[in-house]
Design a protein around this ligand. Structure first.
Ligand SMILES: NC(=O)c1ccc[n+]([C@@H]2O[C@H](COP(=O)([O-])OP(=O)(O)OC[C@H]3O[C@@H](n4cnc5c(N)ncnc54)[C@H](O)[C@@H]3O)[C@@H](O)[C@H]2O)c1
Length: 280
């Protein structure tokens, strides 16, 4: 299967810009939808920066400038091309916002697959009252052009043909697909948080230093990076809020350790503030 002819990406931030990049690179025409003209221009410059970086590294077929000729923008979803085959939303993590995006996009693009890049919201809830048969979770990873995984999230109302189409497109992007039943944290966040929280509890209990726990996982289990360094990169506040969400949904085994709460309260959020489990 090849990538769709026309793709709409809603939201041109960290994830949206990366998703635009990979579809342009694979040959699609892409319409980037942002809330206003200023943010649309910012989204385009995010895409441009990402493509230029790939071009400099010799990772692009063609030049960034050539690929950008297939990118356009809209500030109103009611102006999307009606023959759009795929609408991917990458707007902030709010159920009401994502539902509103899909409601308009579904009306405007009657044949489009509707894909959400949410990392934690329930796809089943997202699809309520919308054409659920064509709405699927398509979870990309950051940075999108580099990370090889797409986690497809399926729910009871989904048509098998939608799942097959979304899988084919993700594979045409060169990604490897895993399929996960809609459940809190899907597969990747759930397992990533479980290991991350346990690593923090081990620091709290004085089992080993952060450095040694990470080295243990890198050299003993061939992880590219240890769970505590990863927590610093993602942000301690971000991981805390995911753990709280999973504790509410799945029970006390996901309860965040006090050490994590204390560090977040002190503003030690990881790389972005210069201090987390490590100094940056
Ligand atoms: N950042 C990550 O590492 C990561 C990884 C996987 C999934 N996600 C998920 O991807 C989604 C987006 O995350 P992000 O980090 O790219 O966020 P971001 O804040 O960088 O980007 C969000 C973009 O959406 C735009 N936006 C807001 N309201 C809009 C509207 N009504 N219409 C069109 N555009 C609108 C904003 O202007 C912004 O450019 C979230 O659901 C997040 O959970 C993030």
């Amino acid at each position: 299967m090849s990538v769709p002819g026309t793709v709409a990406v809603v939201g041109g931030g960290t994830m949206g810009a990366g998703i635009v990049h990979v579809f342009l690179a694979a040959g699609s025409s892409v319409v980037l939808a942002e809330a206003d003209a200023e943010r649309a221009a910012l989204g385009v410059s995010n895409v441009e920066a990402s493509l230029k970086k790939a071009e400099e590294r010799g990772k692009l077929d063609g030049t960034a400038a050539e690929l950008l000729t297939r990118l356009s923008t809209v500030e109103d979803l009611a102006a999307l091309p009606t023959d759009t085959a795929l609408v991917v939303e990458a707007v902030p993590e709010r159920l009401d916002l994502k539902r509103a995006v899909f409601a308009t996009a579904a009306r405007r693009c009657p044949d489009a697959v509707l894909a959400s890049n949410t990392s934690s919201l329930s796809i089943t809830e997202l699809a309520e009252g919308l054409p659920g048969e064509r709405l699927i979770g398509m979870h990309f990873f950051n940075p999108v052009p580099v990370q090889a995984l797409v986690e497809l999230v399926v729910h009871p109302g989904l048509a098998a043909s939608t799942a097959a189409t979304a899988r084919g497109w993700a594979e045409a992007l060169g990604k490897t697909v895993i399929e996960v039943r809609d459940s809190p944290g899907f597969a990747t966040s759930r397992l990533g948080i479980a290991v991350g929280m346990e690593a923090i509890r081990m620091v709290e209990e004085g089992v080993a230093s952060a450095e040694d726990i990470d080295t243990g996982m890198r050299l003993g289990y061939a992880w590219p990076m240890g769970p505590l360094r990863l927590t610093d990169l993602v942000g301690l506040d971000v991981r805390l809020s995911i753990a709280e969400h999973l504790a509410r949904e799945l029970g006390p085994r996901f309860e965040p350790p006090q050490l994590l709460r204390d560090k977040v309260a002190r503003g030690e959020l990881g790389r972005k503030t210069g201090q987390g489990f490590f100094s940056w």
